[in-house]
Design a protein around this ligand. Structure first.
Ligand code: AMP
Ligand code: MG
Length: 418
């Protein structure tokens, strides 16, 4: 039996009764890994490929460059004929023509002759080396060469960059700018990439006001939808829409259940309060796979699925929302999009400046600031204190089997990045 199934609350109406058991983070992650898989491939035009994930290996059907070409501005000749050339022994050659990029010299270069050539121009037949302009002096239709050149010198060989048939980039590769350039260099105008997960953000809460609008005295501004937008973008999702709905069962059900979506992120109302409708809706309309996780913050997180859509219930407290996204929803997005499942945060090994206290049986997500003394846990760090995540440089994870970390311990700090 999995840890997730041992969580006996799953699927029952637990409103105002509290969680009687919580899934371990491990079991919660295992549920995601069992229910998330890369989406089907789609063909995407070259100019939209940056950042996308290749669905299949790419092989080249051409050589790059497709012909031998000059790597310098200078004079193409037979390298062997420059033997012995030097400042005190200039050798003289007849200039018989010119080769420019895209405009080759058609005749064969014979002994004692050179062709004036520019970088990128095809090497004329007969020539096998290029004298750079700085080792040559042109006068009256002839050129004096003052350096010896081995055959092949300053010549870019056909296929030296890419050979026909070569495997250029592998399936799963997240395309960097230069990768897209390479695909263009073999003439491709599109590639097969993993479809990006379509994501809907549903923000619940009667108390929420929209930034930029006037708000009532007891209202607060919605911080989570803007934060989730950025996280979805970071993890390669395609935002379908952001819906703000009141704490009513029907409105939340309609927002969660509407079709055509891969992932639904629900902010707020994920717990066991009287206005927390989302868990019950999910259990009724589909499957509530996990509800309640042994971690802090984010313990009221839950998730499941309705049809093919994965639905994540993220607690409304903004730090919990961020943390539950990073532990669970972000992982699902990355898996669906064909990316590495692991955290995208860079990791730095740092000494702890002060101890972190935790409890055996729960995972802690502890914000830290990096200073001269090492990683400093933030004092004011409740789940509702979003500024703790902006003052912090990153976070430390205290595993479930640990009572915390003493000052001086070396820990992995996951760095917040754009
Ligand atoms: P909930 O998870 O709905 O019980 O909300 C927990 C706490 O988070 C409450 O104090 C809410 O007012 C607050 N909260 C809920 N949603 C948001 C949001 N979108 N932005 C900022 N705070 C929120
Ligand atoms: Mg709420």
């Amino acid at each position: 039996m999995t840890g997730a199934r041992r969580n006996r609350d799953v699927g029952r109406d637990v409103r105002m009764r509290g969680f009687s058991a919580r899934a371990t983070v491990e079991a919660a992650v295992a549920w995601i890994d069992a229910h998330a898989a890369p989406l089907a491939p789609e063909a995407v035009p070259l100019d939209a490929l940056h950042g996308r994930v290749l669905a299949a290996d790419v092989h080249s059907t051409i050589d790059v460059p497709p012909f031998d070409r000059s790597a310098m501005d200078g004079y193409a000749l037979r390298g062997a004929e420059t033997n012995g050339a030097g400042d005190y022994n200039p050798l003289s050659f007849a200039i018989v023509g010119q080769a420019l990029p895209g405009r080759p010299h058609e005749a064969v270069v014979g002994p004692g002759s050179v062709v004036r050539i520019m970088t990128g121009a095809p090497m004329p037949a007969g020539a096998d080396a290029v004298v750079p302009a700085e080792f040559a002096t042109e006068r009256d239709g002839r050129v004096e060469v003052t350096a010896p050149l081995a055959p092949g010198k300053h010549v870019g060989r056909r296929a030296e960059d890419v050979a026909e048939g070569a495997r250029l980039l592998g399936a799963g590769r997240r395309l960097r700018a230069q990768d897209v350039g390479l695909l263009a260099s073999i003439g491709l105008d599109q590639a097969s990439v993993v479809r990006r997960p379509r994501v809907r953000i549903v923000v619940t809460g009667d108390e929420l006001a929209v930034p930029g609008m006037p708000k009532g005295v007891h209202q607060i501004y919605d911080a989570n939808s803007s934060m989730l937008r950025g996280l979805v973008q970071r993890d390669g999702g395609e935002l379908e829409q952001v819906l703000r709905v009141a704490d009513g069962r029907d409105a939340i059900r309609d927002a969660i259940c509407a079709a055509g979506i891969d992932i639904v992120l629900v902010s707020g109302g994920s717990s066991v309060g009287s206005e927390d409708h989302a868990p019950g809706i999910l259990a009724e309309a589909g499957e509530l796979g996990v509800h309640g996780v042994a971690m802090r913050p984010s313990s009221p997180a839950g998730f499941g699925r309705i049809g093919a859509a994965l639905v994540f219930l993220l607690p409304g407290n903004p730090v919990s929302c961020l943390c539950a996204y990073d532990f669970f929803a972000g992982r699902a997005l990355r898996i669906l999009g064909g990316r590495d499942a692991g955290w995208p945060h860079p990791v730095r090994r740092v000494r702890l400046a002060r101890k972190i206290a935790s409890q055996v049986g729960r995972v802690d997500y502890c914000r830290v600031r990096l200073g001269e003394d090492g990683a400093e846990p933030l004092a004011l760090s409740g789940a509702s204190i979003l500024s703790s995540t902006t003052r912090a440089d990153g976070f430390v994870i205290v595993p479930a089997d640990s009572e915390g970390q003493p000052a001086g311990a070396d820990v992995d700090v996951y760095l917040y990045q754009p």
